[in-house]
Write a protein that binds this ligand. Structure first.
Ligand code: SF4
Ligand code: SF4
Length: 443
């Protein structure tokens, strides 16, 4: 039985534009920009310098603490290690690599036999996943090895998130249709690490081909079930997915492990397979490039470090883009500099035209309450917006601003077109900054 989460919306999903377009490999660009931070946690320190020759898959950055390494997606020469534009809207230290088109692999990359994989202990596997630089590829970018090691002994339910509820995005849908065996092999590795004999792959019911493809590779003894859930945004959000599958509610400020659950994205499972079986680190990913002015929407295997400009050129657009978004239109981040590179968390580039936007110059709340009905976190967006206007951090905390998952349901339903999510993002940052300032005063 699927539990139904509160609120949510049914936006036009526009997935028909790309869901039947098979995955193609994007040609490696001449120059790639690899940010040294593509994960939640401490940025990597560079392990290479200008003029160094690097191999494909070679580690080029790493650090201690909450960190995963980054690797070169091509073989070539390091042109620079410098600050470059990043999808977060800031600049970030990055390794700029000139592709030598020799495709020279790092000598450490090698396939493992079934016997070798079977002999790996959970600790070995967690180590391999860290060294491969794997993070949550649904956009969260939390280091996967940390999620796995912190879940040891605490988790009784593994959920694989193939929900992909954001409009336009079809990368995971195509992944499950075209690489079901690799996704399932990754799920089995997660099960081995966490010592569990069952797992559930959850999809929305608008992806029947993906569900069929996965089921075709599953046997009852695998202990893996495929569950289809009603299509409703944000079905793929972690807390809503856990509730839909198990009926358990992650407490405010808590992690899924607090209710015995661990959630992994389907693309993350494929990356785990690639690291363990093929010995290949995370140097490329599937990206949906779509949007309402895109001439030829595509699902592409893109080397990390490829610029958005290159991707826009590959699909073409019928008019000047009004917005280019890293991710989908609901939770993605609008980009102001299209030289930004694709990162481990880029599941989509969404290109939207001007004519489809609604602009209101001085929006005013009309107190209709629609945002409250839509909020899947049962928050009061209208009061949260008022607290933002007050500028008082305590006030923002009192309306549970930090529980906002930035899903955009409130903004989608708001007839006054208030910039709710944008405001909540900045409000959450103010709360974090305030807490950091208070902590440093105590030291
Ligand atoms: S963006 Fe935040 S406040 Fe708005 S609906 Fe989503 S969780 Fe609720
Ligand atoms: S939906 Fe918009 S106009 Fe209606 S109460 Fe919420 S913020 Fe105000």
């Amino acid at each position: 039985m699927a539990f139904s989460f509160f609120g949510g919306i049914h936006p036009a999903d526009h997935k028909q534009l790309s869901c039947d377009v098979p995955i193609r490999r994007f040609p490696e660009p001449d120059v790639l920009v690899v940010p040294l931070s593509q994960h939640i946690g401490a940025p990597c320190k560079p392990l290479v310098k200008k003029g160094d020759q690097v191999a494909k898959g070679q580690k080029i950055g790493d650090n201690t603490g909450l960190c995963v390494p980054v690797h070169s997606p091509v073989s070539g020469k390091v042109k620079a290690v410098e600050m470059r534009a990043h999808t977060s809207g800031t600049t970030m230290m990055s390794v700029v690599i000139e592709n030598d088109r020799q495709d020279t692999p790092d000598p450490q990359i090698r396939k493992r036999s079934p016997e070798e994989v079977a002999a790996l202990t959970p600790e070995d596997l967690i180590g391999l996943i860290r060294e491969a630089g794997i993070v949550g590829m649904g956009g969260a970018t939390f280091p996967t090895h940390v999620k796995l090691s912190s879940g040891l002994g605490k988790v009784d339910t593994i959920i694989i998130n193939a929900g992909e509820c954001e409009p336009y995005i079809t990368a995971d849908d195509r992944l499950c249709r075209e690489f079901p065996e690799a996704v399932i092999a990754g799920v089995k590795i997660v099960m081995k690490i966490l010592g569990l004999s069952t797992a559930c792959i959850a999809l929305e019911d608008n992806k029947p081909q993906a569900a069929r493809a996965l089921r075709a590779f599953l046997a009852p003894e695998d202990g893996i079930t495929v569950r289809t859930l009603p299509s409703r945004y944000p079905q793929g959000a972690e807390k809503q997915l856990i509730y839909a599958v198990t009926g358990r509610q992650v407490p405010s400020g808590g992690l899924p492990a607090a209710v015995g659950c661990a959630v992994f994205n389907a693309a993350t499972c494929k990356a785990i397979h690639d690291a363990v079986w093929e010995g290949v680190p995370l140097i490329e990913r599937i990206v949906t490039v779509s949007g309402n002015i895109v001439m030829a929407p595509k699902n592409l295997i893109v080397p990390i470090g490829t610029s958005f400009n290159d991707l826009l050129e590959a699909v073409g657009h019928s008019e000047n883009p009004y917005k280019v978004i890293s991710g989908g239109p609901m939770m993605g981040v609008t980009q102001y500099d299209l030289s930004v590179p694709t990162t481990k968390g880029t599941n989509a580039v969404t290109i939207l035209g001007h004519k489809h936007q609604y602009l209101v110059e001085h929006p005013q709340c009309i107190r209709c309450g629609r945002c409250i009905d839509a909020c899947p976190m049962k928050l009061m967006p209208v009061l949260m917006y008022k607290s933002l206007q007050s500028g008082d951090v305590e006030n923002m905390k009192s309306v549970h601003m930090m529980d906002c998952i930035e899903c955009g349901c409130c903004a989608y339903t708001c007839p006054a077109c208030l910039p709710l999510v944008l405001g909540f993002r900045s409000g959450k940052q103010r709360i974090r900054d305030h807490a950091a300032a208070a902590a440093s005063k105590k030291l």
